[in-house]
Design a protein around this ligand. Structure first.
Ligand code: NAD
Ligand code: ZN
Length: 360
């Protein structure tokens, strides 16, 4: 393995059923006399859940913003949120994201943009952020993306769909409360859960695979099999397993890379605005030539949980749409390098990528 990384982990992790109720205590040391307020960004699914809202430990001086995750986070949205809060209130003591990958990425990106001038567009990429952000904490309410442990906050900008990626992006604190994911609708639960399955498969299927990635990946895959094949969702262990699988799947990537499925998924996301996790499922379903037995296993999981994966989409796509998606995917060389090795251009061209899209 010729791959050296020096990665930063989440500073503090609180895990366990009911741990949301520890959040107030956890935030306390971050509040001080001259840092007067905290910002909570919360998935708007919870906007009318009165019992849940009472558990958000916001004080009278804090701000609670309910945010829709219908669209994936954009650079424009992050800039506007930051500008609005700075103009009205000044710099907050911290930002807490309570929600899925969308809301956690909003919290991560906004934390950085509070202290880095200009638009977030100029920081899309690796190590472009100049200063550490404010304190940021994540409380996942749906599991699979691994956004709770990753060093990136994925944003859709005018040109690129690319993360603000650096050590400072990593959350200072996460609170993993498996109770919180119980209400996720069945299809969404599956699509997002499959993100960690696919991360774990891709991390160990490619030239950058290594023992570190394999250790996390194997555990995540084992937990996914428990959740999606062996048990019922009503099994009390199921939510605990999935929440930990998401974390492990995320870590399997820290010393490896995603591959073909994620490259194709980025094309679907950028051009057709299909959500990351659904896009992954649409792509993975058709990648038996690349991921063999794992695609068979994925199909068993789909069946076992009675999930619908959209089919025959390509019939409705123009050549221009397929070209545009192939262009997005082709321009992710680090993923192809992992999938096929440094000589990837000898086995992959835009036509091969279009072939995968035409199967969907
Ligand atoms: P999401 O945050 O987009 O939410 C999906 C849906 O689930 C929404 O409708 C939301 O309202 C609902 N929901 C969330 N929690 C719920 C609950 N407890 N009960 C009922 N409904 C609930 O979902 P996601 O799949 O976790 O996140 C996708 C996003 O994550 C994408 O924007 C993607 O780009 C990003 N992502 C980031 C990383 C990273 O490393 N930063 C990795 C993968 C994906
Ligand atoms: Zn993913």
């Amino acid at each position: 393995m010729n791959l050296f990384r020096n990665f930063k982990s989440v500073t503090k992790t609180c895990y366990g059923r009911g741990s949301l109720d520890k959040l107030g205590e956890i935030l306390e040391p971050q509040r001080s006399a001259n840092k007067v307020f905290m910002v909570f960004v919360v998935d708007d699914y919870f906007a009318d859940k009165e019992d849940f809202k009472k558990r958000i430990p916001a004080r009278s001086e804090d701000e609670v913003h309910f945010i829709s995750s219908l669209k994936e986070p954009s650079t424009k949205q992050i800039d506007a949120l930051r500008d609005d809060i700075l103009a009205r209130r000044g710099l907050p003591a911290g930002i807490i994201g309570i929600g899925g990958g969308t809301v956690m990425d909003i919290a991560k990106a906004t934390a950085l943009m509070f202290t880095n001038e200009g638009s977030s567009v100029q920081y899309q990429g690796l190590n472009l952020i100049k200063k550490p952000g404010i304190y940021h904490c994540g409380v996942p309410t749906i599991s699979g993306t691994g956004a709770e442990v990753s060093m990136t906050a994925v944003l859709t900008g005018p040109v690129k769909k690319l993360g603000l990626k650096c050590d400072w992006t990593v959350l200072d604190q996460i609170v993993l409360d498996p109770d919180l994911i119980a209400t996720v609708p069945q299809d969404q639960w599956f699509y997002t859960g499959m993100d960690t399955y696919i991360h774990s498969v891709e991390a160990i299927t490619g030239t950058k695979k290594n023992t570190f990635a394999e250790a996390y990946s194997e555990k995540a895959l084992e937990l996914c099999r428990e959740v999606f094949l062996k048990r019922d969702r009503t099994d009390p262990k199921s939510d605990e397993f999935l929440m930990v699988a998401s974390y492990m799947g995320g870590l399997s990537l820290t010393y490896s890379e995603v591959g073909v499925c994620h490259a194709l998924s980025y094309g679907l996301g950028k051009v057709l605005e299909i959500h990351h996790c659904l896009a992954n499922c649409i792509a993975f379903d058709k990648l038996e030539d690349v991921y063999g037995d794992n695609v068979q296993e994925f199909k068993q999981m789909v069946k076992h949980n009675n999930i619908h994966i959209p089919q025959d989409l390509a019939k409705g796509w123009s050549e221009e749409t397929i070209d545009a998606m192939a262009e997005v995917a082709y321009n992710l060389p680090h993923m192809w390098d992992h999938a096929f090795g440094p000589e990837w251009e000898q086995v992959l061209d835009r036509e091969r990528i279009k072939g995968w899209y035409r199967r969907m």
